[in-house]
Design a protein around this ligand. Structure first.
Ligand code: NAD
Length: 433
């Protein structure tokens, strides 16, 4: 199959590279000329484990290319994927569909012969209908089908998630489009990955319902963590105790500073909007959003309490990205926490293994350090904000020697309270005595 991937971001690049690895011929198109130039030089514009090698191999073997100009890629494609961003629209929380609409316009002008237009971007229910109308309005005679195929990959584990997904969801009623989608995902089909064929609207909603549910699960355990602190229970043990129940499951039961990232915040908001406008509000999701926003805002006060006030103090932050193994800073808790710490009178010195390039322009006033030990130098309190593996095995004696005061606020529970206290740290974590 010949595939054009419109948008070479976290989703487009990974999906494009994986489809090429399945044996298809893929052209990734992006209007960001610097990004395409970097890709053509063999550089990977985002940090995603394993992506460098996957891109290089598929380029070398002639199945993967990159372009700014979509014309040839779209004209020759059996399937054109839309993998552009759908950020929150300023003001009302709706998904901003301007990039999706622009992509649809472009596809309409350039497609040739029967073309399956596949929406991989996360889009509100009914967007597939809009894309169809946009294309039809420009090309009355065009032979095409618009399919919804939401992406469930997680940054940091994206390649494995794409190649070994729990399921693939395909929303279409068009039999020819189904055949193309079956062919595209054939290697997974052979692996017995469930391929779920549903209606387009159902498929669009599945993606939002999945993300909102996961956001709700995280928020639930965060509130249970607060309760644990109030009543003297241990949230790790509560999470394990409930997670072993198959009906609940152990994942997404890790308490922390509140969820962030490029998906959960905007998708929960967009779902709440859609539901309200449809006259079927989802109050649980509305509350999840409120509780999570409040939680992110409250973390600075938690750190101040542990440090005995922040005026004139130095705070070391380890981890700035919204989760480990990515350089993505979108809606990361650090963007809420660090400015608040500085507003409360603290100096902030931070380190992140991959995110500092992205973080620098977003976190004015923060001093960026070359490594974890440089970050903790002369600090009054150390905050662990993202659970990168390299922070799990710090030389704690060295950390203690470098710090002015041995105070640690571990917002990801990566250390054990007894152990930290035995080493002489004043240690606070989430939901544990
Ligand atoms: N990031 C994730 O983990 C993830 C997971 C699942 C789904 N999604 C969804 O996938 C979509 C893409 O997310 P992302 O994180 O990859 O976004 P991104 O911002 O990393 O990438 C989007 C890319 O599209 C390009 N682009 C925009 N309009 C274009 C056009 N008309 N022609 C060519 N290129 C264009 C941009 O330059 C950018 O490089 C979103 O809807 C998102 O919600 C993201």
């Amino acid at each position: 199959m010949r595939v054009a991937m419109i948008g070479a971001g976290y989703v487009g690049l990974v999906s494009g590279a994986c489809f090429a690895d399945f044996g298809h011929v893929v052209c990734c198109v992006d209007k960001d000329a610097a990004r395409i130039a970097a890709l053509e030089r063999g550089e990977t514009p985002i940090y995603e484990p394993g992506l460098d090698e996957l891109l290089a191999r598929n380029v070398r073997e002639g199945r993967l290319s990159f372009r700014c100009d979509a014309a040839e890629a779209i004209a020759s494609a059996d399937a054109v994927f839309i993998a552009v961003g759908t950020p929150s629209r300023r003001g009302d929380g709706h998904a901003d569909l301007s990039y999706v609409h622009a992509a649809a316009e472009e596809i309409a002008q350039l497609m040739d012969g029967f073309t399956v237009v596949v929406t991989k971007s996360t889009v509100p229910v009914g967007t597939g209908d809009e894309i169809e109308q946009i294309i039809r309005a420009r090309r009355v005679d065009a032979d095409f089908a618009v399919v919804s195929n939401p992406e469930f990959l997680r940054e940091g584990a994206a390649i494995n998630d794409f190649k070994r997904p729990d399921r693939v969801v395909v929303g279409t009623d068009d039999e020819r489009a189904r055949d193309v989608m079956r062919e595209l995902y054939r290697p997974l089909f052979l692996n017995e990955t469930p391929l779920l064929f549903v209606s387009r609207r159902t498929s669009e909603l599945i993606k939002y319902a999945a993300n909102a549910f996961l956001a709700m699960k995280i928020t639930f355990i965060n509130e249970v963590a607060d309760l644990c602190e109030a009543v003297g229970a241990d949230v790790q043990q509560v999470a394990r105790g409930i997670g072993l129940d198959n009906r609940i499951g152990p994942k997404f039961l890790h308490p922390g500073p509140g969820y962030g990232g490029s998906c959960f915040p905007k998708d929960a908001l967009a779902l709440a909007r859609t539901a309200t406008e449809a006259g079927a509000p989802i109050r649980l999701v509305e509350t999840t959003i409120e509780v999570n926003d409040a939680r992110k805002r409250s973390m600075a006060a938690r750190i101040a309490a542990a440090a005995g006030g922040l005026q004139g103090k130095t705070v070391a932050i380890l981890g700035l990205t919204f989760k480990p193994n990515t350089d993505d800073m979108r809606d990361a808790p650090s963007l809420e926490v660090a400015p608040r710490l500085m507003a409360m009178g603290a100096r902030v010195q931070a380190f992140d293994p991959q995110g500092m390039g992205e973080a620098r322009p977003l976190l004015e006033g923060v001093e960026f350090r070359a490594g974890p030990y440089e970050a903790v130098e002369d600090a009054d309190v150390l905050v662990i904000l993202t659970e990168w593996d390299q922070f799990r095995a710090l030389d704690l004696d060295r950390v203690k020697l470098l710090m002015r005061r041995a105070v640690v606020v571990d917002l990801r529970n990566i250390y054990r309270p007894e152990e930290m206290r035995a080493r002489g740290f004043d240690y606070a974590s989430v939901g544990r005595a």
